[in-house]
Design a protein around this ligand. Structure first.
Ligand SMILES: Cc1cc2nc3c(=O)[nH]c(=O)nc-3n(C[C@H](O)[C@H](O)[C@H](O)COP(=O)(O)OP(=O)(O)OC[C@H]3O[C@@H](n4cnc5c(N)ncnc54)[C@H](O)[C@@H]3O)c2cc1C
Length: 228
């Protein structure tokens, strides 16, 4: 399947949004990802990117990626002008929200927010889902926060959605949560939350998953997507 880059936008110093216009509508579930076929001098390599837009927008898909120094896909996406054709494979993945009514906690670090953007739009705006959802979004500093207006809009529109941002390296102007996402999960467990979604680096997912299992959360109730 082929798509064309239709929009590029810097969300922070090193997180970029990229919109792809599809050759034909793509059916997918909120939370799934696509494999991008990235051209290199020695052939194509594949990199996975989570779809950040909801399934109803099936002709124009939004993604976000973290620009990594020396990264093969990073260099390609950073340099590709509007109109560049990209070959895609998918949709793939099982990181989706089911129809249960259990409250849930979504934990994201950095671009781990991407699948949640799609899930939240689909679940809250389209499915009109009623389960309580609380998102904990961890980044390094204020400058690394993105999609805050989007999250504020959802929180205003849906009483069953709330979110907090935690900064691992805050400056003195920050009055919100500080520290790693892991530091803020115990209160959620104490108030009886049993279902967790984790998305981001392998270090974060491994750490949080181990801590949740350690305090009695059932491994089958911990859904996760590892980005690296
Ligand atoms: C299911 C899934 C979904 C994903 N969704 C997303 C998403 O939505 N957004 C997102 O940002 N990522 C996502 N990822 C991660 C993504 O697939 C890539 O792994 C990531 O973008 C890095 O790709 P890259 O080709 O730019 O880096 P790579 O070339 O794979 O490099 C990886 C690391 O090696 C370092 N490196 C590579 N070459 C050099 C060099 N020459 N010198 C020094 N260092 C070097 C890079 O700095 C980087 O840290 C997802 C991964 C999975 C598995």
């Amino acid at each position: 399947m082929m798509a064309k880059i239709s929009k590029k936008n810097n969300l922070t110093k090193n997180v970029r949004e990229i919109q792809l216009s599809m050759d034909y509508p793509l059916e997918f579930k909120a939370g799934q990802f696509l494999m991008f076929k990235v051209p290199t001098p020695t052939g194509f390599v594949e990199r996975a990117y989570s779809i950040a837009s909801p399934p109803t927008q099936n002709q124009s898909l939004l993604f976000c990626y973290k620009a990594l120094d020396g990264g093969v896909s990073t260099q390609f996406l950073d340099q590709a002008p509007h109109g560049t054709q990209i070959e895609l494979r998918g949709p793939l993945g099982q990181f989706t929200i089911d129809d249960s009514l259990e409250p849930l906690i979504l934990v994201a670090t950095g671009t781990g927010m991407a699948p949640y953007r799609s899930m939240l739009l689909e679940y809250l705006d389209e499915r009109r889902g009623q389960r309580e959802i609380h998102l904990i979004f961890g980044v390094r500093s204020i400058q690394d926060i993105f999609w805050r207006d989007f999250l504020d809009g959802l929180a205003v529109a849906h009483k069953n959605f709330s979110y907090e941002i935690t900064l691992s390296a805050p400056d003195e102007s920050w009055s919100g949560l500080c520290g790693r996402v892991t530091d803020h999960l115990l209160p959620e467990i104490k108030r009886g939350i049993k279902t967790f979604y984790l998305c981001g680096s392998s270090a974060m997912v491994k750490d949080v998953r181990a801590k949740l299992i350690n305090v009695g959360v059932a491994p089958t109730n911990i859904h996760f997507e590892i980005f690296s």
